[in-house]
Design a protein around this ligand. Sequence first.
Ligand code: FAD
Length: 469
Amino acid sequence: TPHEFDFDIAVIGSGPGGYECAIRASQLGYKTCIIEKEQTLGGVCLNWGCIPTKSLLKNAEVIHTLKDAEEFGIKLNGFEIDFTKVIRRSRKVATKMAKGVEFLMKKNKIEVKKGYGKLKSAHEIEISYEKDGSSEVVSSQHIILATGTKARSIPSVPVDRERIITSYEAMVLKEKPESLTVIGAGAIGMEFAYFYNAVGTKVTVVELMPQILPNEDEEIATTLAKELKKQGIEILTDAQVQKAEAVENGVKTTVKLKDGSEKELQSDYALVAIGLTGNVENLGLEEVGVETERGFIKVDEFGRTNVEGVYAIGDVAGGILLAHKASVEGINCVEKIAGLSPEPLDPMSIPACTYCQPSVAHLGMTEKQALEKGYEIKVGKFPFMASGKATASGHNEGMVKLIFDKKYGELLGAHIIGYEATEMIAELGMAKKLEATSEWIHKTVHAHPTFSEAVKEAAAAADGEAINI
Ligand code: FAD
């Protein structure tokens, strides 16, 4: 039968959710188009999130390595940081990766439309092109919204993008700030705190909750706070920002401390990293009747909205706001449309990482959550202090902490803080997926010497069989 629509699947937004879902749609034989309002593809992740920040964080690591050079028997006559070049490298990396998405779209014969997309009906999108002011309407049997998020702000901390900034501005500052207040100690806040401290900025982090990285296991977060304080970052937890206001050449931030007293922080910039909210405005959602909930589009486990034919995936659909979660949701959504049987995404199987050094990664429940859920648990830990590879590398801070169900040995939660944490978490994701027990993990032969031996030893420790501690 001839197509009654221009496309089988139209995706709005080309981030890791949108572009991967478009590729999967094309693989499954659907005539697919992707609509992106920016001139570059790849979304926040490639252009203003995951990738450029990792470039900046690599710089921070190089700086720390140089500072430790003497320990490795290398004498340096000081070194200088060219901040502009640091930023430029990060932009180059982002551009290169974003261009890769352009190539992938061509390779998969996906039609790219660089314009602003808005639902006109459940099967029509109006696309406006900023370049020449023109617009067109395309029809599609299925429409997948993957428009992502933007930084959340609160009235007492008015973002002006000059002095009170978001991660966007923090990524491309013209010169290195002398001082920075970071409001919010989630992954984004902590990564910038680590980076700016490394380049020589005086950094103060303010967090409302009792710990930094509030989603992490308490013991891991405490370990990170200790390490970052050693590096020179000031951390205020249980601290509430009352207000931040731009003053001449800087920002004044008023903070209420745990004991009720007030503290004033004066800094060149304040970075607001208190969370994100979905890009749901001006998308035609109200007109077409697509339901939203607390700033995100309401969906079922396969991205279906309340309007037939309209789907939402990735950040704009809420839940865990991470790139790999967006990608899996996009692929699942398309496979469901195709009548395949994708497995619904289990939030407990999504790894979450923070890429400062030491880096932090986790999957599944914290110790507290497991106990609150009523599990009887056994916990195994292995400190990198006892790891040969970590010691030889000069990175022996941190630990692996694994939480197992006592009865069946099932892995409930994995928590790593240390140099290679974000790489090491993958094996535990696999273990969880295959429902491996503590014994399976520690009976798996790990190469020596590696950081990942700590995973094996932590699993062994949970069974009282650790060898090297
Ligand atoms: P996005 O990547 O946000 O893409 C949405 C796209 O839709 C954008 O390109 C936007 O321009 C486009 N768009 C929006 N509205 C329209 C419209 N009406 N018409 C056309 N186009 C539209 N996640 C990780 O997993 N690891 C990390 O290390 C990490 N680091 C991060 C660091 C920072 C500073 C930030 C801000 C985020 C980070 N994230 C990280 C989160 C990650 O970037 C997001 O989870 C991910 O980008 C979500 O993908 P998405 O496809 O849902 O949306």
